[in-house]
Design a protein around this ligand. Sequence first.
Ligand code: GLN
Length: 312
Amino acid sequence: ITAPDVHPIQEVLNQVHEKYRSLNLGTPATYIPELAKTDPKLFGICIVTVDGEQFSVGDAEQLFTIQSISKVFVHGLALEDHGREQVLSKVGVEPTGDAFNAIVLDEQSKRPYNPMVNAGAIATTSLIKGQGASERLNRMLAMFERYIGHESYIDMPTFMSERTTGFRNRAMAYLMRNFGMIDDRIDESLDLYFQQCSLMVNCCDLATMAATLANQGKNPRTGVQAVPSRYVRDMLSVMYMCGMYNYSGEWAYRVGLPAKSGVSGGLMVVVPGRLGLGIFSPPLDERGNSVRGVKVCEDLSEQFGLHLFECE
Ligand code: GLN
């Protein structure tokens, strides 16, 4: 009798999950009670290939709020709504080295530095077209649905907490209004921003979203074109330079793949032309990235030579 065949990708996932499961470093975010309540032991990994195959291990079905990972997709929607040059006139594409919530705009242009820091993300959210709050929200939810492949919802307690405690984000929005970087719909756009951060996803949703970007913007599980393929390179280059907060440079150097992390412990990685990876593990390091998530990616990139500039 031979053992049932385990797919090599599944075997790798089982191995890295086992290897880093007991790594108990870092602490979950505490700035809102909804995030502080989370179980630090939760740990899920999922891979979706550009052929639409899916492999997962651990708590891959566990839902959590997408947080900053949403910024990638809203950037895509802003590009779709306004085109490259128009978006670039309101939000730069320079990495900062500052914290994600820094209140800083480019000295000369007065633009926020890039769409992955909060200021830049609020500016890209403000570019979402639509008549009034509900049409804009519905366009945003429809956009997320194209990437995920099914409907998702906004977690109301997280949204309300973000909304009542987000003074810093509010301050940045008003500062950007002062410089003409966002329009008069300040509070409406802030609500949209807090709502996008509160979208519920699991690891496999993140992997599918990443696989869609790996597959030129076409969801490999549904065949739906989530974003025009010409904007995928804009989204990926910004992720590559700015996706991992102020660890982005070292991440690009060590792992060499476009990725985005979020404060709830999610991490999404794109291997262009090949696959998408989604990881969830709430304890964060001092820069705000998931401790186990970063370890898993460094390991996988090294083991399989996934670095974009690998020559061997
Ligand atoms: N909602 C969070 C904020 O704006 C998102 C932060 C994050 O994931 N880094 O503060």
